[in-house]
Design a protein around this ligand. Sequence first.
Ligand code: ATP
Ligand code: MG
Length: 335
Amino acid sequence: RNFKRQTECRIDISRLNAPFLSIYDSLIPPEEEKGKQKQLLTLLEKLVSKEWPEARLFLYGSCANSFGVSKSDIDVCLATEDPDVNKSDVLLKLADILQSDNLQNVQALTRARVPIVKLMDPVTGISCDICINNVLAVVNTRLLRDYANIDVRLRQLAFIVKHWAKSRGVNETYQGTLSSYAYVLMCIHFLQQRKPAILPCLQGMERTYVVKVDNIECAYFDQVEKLSGFGSRNRESIAQLVWAFFNYWAYCHDYTNDVISVRTGSILSKRVKDWTRRIGNDRHLICIEDPFETSHDLGRVVDKYSIKVLREEFERAAEIMQHDPNPCVKLFEPY
Ligand code: ATP
Ligand code: MG
């Protein structure tokens, strides 16, 4: 594969900045969507507090990590007073309550890896997933949001990568491709690795935010307003970064040996993590370490078929960026 390896971008990439930025702008959710989300959350809080007065609701996922595009579903976590409640019982009870309040398409998925209740609110038109006590997701949402506030190029790159992944059908964990969360971590890691770096490694700095969740200590530097000029020594534009991102995953990443790690701001070896062989369904064909749950490989959903699909898509994207006269159309063509 290395014969195709491009280490520098020999084309005039700057002409692509304006089109990429306009795609980015078109994906940003309008202000009124935030208002509707708040409205739905307030309704849910009211319904939940009748049954569980001590429970709290948290937004997480893309509606709270600033990587949400327009018209995304919202993710809500119900944190109960007793962390060891039976999730299925709570979900079924919750589904009953929601149904009686005329919320639509209410469905309790109690056997999913992350059990949830799904619903659609006919008033705001917003769909929503509610999970129980998934506090780690609330904390990793916060970490992603804090990274986004350091340099705007992260949000731009992640929007474009997510848009590409959705258009090309490689954002489907149930089909063995990657979650949005995994793609955002790939973007953060990539920007930590640029020279000069565009993002710092927040978990390697002074610990100004510390919580313990499910016995995992989550700690990082969260005073990101102090880091606002961090990436300014690096002048790379969004078009250069999109080019380099796809080039990295197409031709430069060592899929046999490497694990990308936002936690350490570096590449780790599969050997050190003992991720060299298949255990159960975890194959570790592309390795993305979760920043807090470090035994968790976000690439574990990828199997021997979908790794091929993914790598071919990275190569396709890299080729288009390099050779196509109009990459902004071809890149996002439906598969
Ligand atoms: P989208 O806009 O596609 O909905 P999203 O950021 O909401 O993007 P999801 O894949 O829906 O991404 O995940 C929602 C949240 O759940 C993530 O932001 C993350 O906090 C958490 N999450 C998702 N998948 C995992 C995972 N495999 N391990 C840990 N946390 C995860
Ligand atoms: Mg989501």
